[in-house]
Design a protein around this ligand. Structure first.
Ligand code: PEP
Ligand code: MG
Length: 587
């Protein structure tokens, strides 16, 4: 049956990345495939075994193809990993046991294979031998693929989509989102997640409409179902009727003409009507994004999330590879500044296949991430610092540390940096001796000791994504409590005000590089609180600039003063929203 003939169903989620998409769904199930269980009639049992054989053959072909591509694009060493995967498919014990289980129970082959392969995965992962433990991972991956082939689900690589699709997944990891192909992804919908999940940040930077927190949508839809994704209001409309399609067509037309107005304004400076020019910078995840940054006429890069160089790679990039990536950005942006943030791996961004460096943690956001990881793995940290220092000879690079919790940690990081400077100097390698070093303010203890930190660094950049999660104790990627993640909470406003006051005393600039900075509803509040510059996904620069050109700084200050005197996050939000709506109209 044509899915467009089915009833229209509207699912409410969280609006995560603006835009509207209409198309067919691709269900992306990367782990724990749901396997239906049923009895196979005796006369069909031969066919069932043949179905299993075919799935093994298809899986073999898929893995061989990936192996060849990896060999061609990355190298033979990395491609060898897939030999281990191919060996799993020839494992007589695994295959023989699955067939015996099927003969004994008559249960469908998926159920038997899942049962047997899980038993093997469990057994391997409990063995006290690193080699065999790694085989558990190989086995899990391959078993997943076999199950998907048995269930007729599409191959689960996001970068292999042939046609344009709306991707619906349970949870998409940062490394998976790093491989998203903009031309194939119409929209991104996730069962879990929130506005600051990293997959969403990536989607937003690619201008892919996104709705998250739709609970169990993956279980309710099938590959090929038609849907509208409304990233403005956080809606997913399954099987939309003709009248809904018509209505959305009209909305899209209006948005398009508004966007054209935004792009026109983007050629002008970000100057308020009372003559204050606000530096607007860009957040990037990859060096290649620099062209986009320039096309949106950003005043520099305010946050280069370098961990993405690592997340999208099969192995750790070495010093030279990093140097080339940083140099490309610094050189292209010169003389504009580029703030290169040192590694923020761990937390929700562990490196795939590196469980030795990033062991599973019960509470990863409070765990071994970012500067904590770097100060323990100083070899990795120093490689990165040297690469950044070397790149600084080609333009105006700055270094920024993530997740600093206090002045002692900052001093330790600076001591490692001093060693790197000395090493390069001794070898006569050029770098910018005046390179500025700043710190992110994203942990409450850093905000509370901003006076101490301001004495030891050249600038602050406030990471509101994490600062809000830690101050309000709201996991930033948990959709169940996403409604409690309130950027306008009085505690956040007071904290921002205090950080600005301490920075002012020491005459150091303060920027915001969390998602709040790129939202035109919050930007006036931040500027009114005294924030000097804003850094955001390049795609959001036009709408923030448009608003800045429509407002006065005096009004923004008044807004901030009134907001600081209020006690309700919702009322403060409503005030900010009214401020925005009074100045920006879509029609
Ligand atoms: C932040 O926490 O606001 C931030 C910019 O860093 P990230 O989103 O990469 O954690
Ligand atoms: Mg952060």
């Amino acid at each position: 049956m044509d899915s467009r003939a089915k009833n229209e169903i509207t699912v409410q989620g969280i609006a995560a990345s603006q835009g509207i998409a209409y198309g067919q769904i691709f269900v992306y199930l990367q782990s724990d495939v749901e396997v239906p269980s049923y009895q196979v009639e005796p006369e069909k049992r031969i066919d069932e075994v043949a179905r299993f054989d075919r799935a093994l053959v298809v899986t073999r072909q898929q893995i061989s193809k990936i192996k060849n591509e990896v060999e061609k694009n990355i190298g033979p060493e990395e491609a060898a990993i897939f030999d281990a995967h191919l060996m799993v498919l020839e494992d007589e014990a695994l295959i023989g046991e699955t067939i015996r289980e099927f003969e004994a129970t008559g249960c469908n082959i998926e159920t038997c294979f899942q049962k047997v392969s899980s038993r093997y995965v469990q057994a391997f992962s409990e063995i006290d031998d690193e080699y065999l433990r790694e085989r558990a991972g190989d086995l899990r991956d391959v078993a997943q693929r076999v199950l998907q082939n048995l269930l007729g689900q599409a191959e689960n690589a996001l970068n292999r989509l042939v046609d344009q699709r709306i991707i619906v997944g349970r949870d998409i990891s940062p490394s998976e989102s790093a491989t998203l192909d903009r031309s194939a992804a119409l929209a991104l919908v996730m069962d879990s997640g929130s506005r600051t999940s990293h997959a969403v940040i990536v989607a937003r930077s690619m201008k892919i409409p996104s709705v998250v927190g739709v609970r169990n949508l993956t279980q309710r839809v099938r590959n090929g179902d038609w849907a509208i994704v409304d990233g403005y209001d956080g809606l997913v409309i399954l099987n939309p009727s003709e009248s809904t399609l018509f209505r959305y067509g009209k909305i899209q037309e209006r948005k398009r003409s508004f966007e054209a107005r935004l792009l026109e304004a983007n050629r002008q400076p970000a100057t308020t009507q009372d003559g204050v020019t606000v530096p607007l910078l860009a957040n990037i995840e990859k060096a290649e994004e620099v062209a986009k940054v320039k096309s949106f006429s950003a005043d520099g890069v305010g946050l280069f999330r370098t961990e993405y160089l690592f997340l999208s790679a099969a192995r750790m990039p070495n010093e030279q590879e990093q140097f080339l990536a940083y140099k490309a950005v610094v050189e292209a942006m010169a003389p504009a500044p580029v703030i290169i943030r040192t590694l923020d791996l761990g937390g929700d961004k562990p490196m795939a296949g590196k469980s030795d460096l990033f062991p599973k943690e019960t509470n990863p956001f409070m765990g071994f991430r970012a500067i904590r990881f770097c100060l323990e793995h100083t070899d990795i940290f120093k490689e990165q610092l040297r690469a950044i220092l070397r790149a600084s000879a080609f333009g105006r690079a700055k270094i920024m540390y993530p997740m600093i919790s206090g002045n002692e940690e900052l001093a330790r990081a600076n001591a490692v940096l001093a060693e790197c400077r000395a090493e390069l100097k001794a070898k006569g390698v050029p770098f910018d001796e005046k390179l500025e070093v700043g710190t992110m303010i994203e942990i409450p203890s850093a905000a509370a000791t901003a006076d101490l930190l301001a004495q030891e660094c050249a600038f602050f950049s406030i990471g509101t994504n994490d600062l809000i999660q830690y101050m309000l104790a709201i996991d930033r990627v948990n959709d169940r409590i996403a409604h409690l993640y309130e950027p306008t909470h009085p505690a956040i406003l007071r904290t921002l005000r205090n950080v600005v006051a301490e920075a002012r005393k020491r005459k150091i600039p303060v920027s915001v590089c969390g998602e709040m900075a790129g939202d035109p509803v919050y930007a006036p509040l931040l500027l009114g609180l005294g924030i000097d510059s804003l850094s955001m996904s390049p795609a959001w620069l036009p709408s923030v600039k448009y608003l800045i050109r429509e407002m006065t700084m005096a009004d923004a200050r008044k807004l901030a003063d009134e907001a600081l005197a209020m006690g309700s996050a919702k009322e403060i939000y409503a005030k900010c929203d009214a401020f925005y709506r009074a100045r920006v109209r879509m029609d």
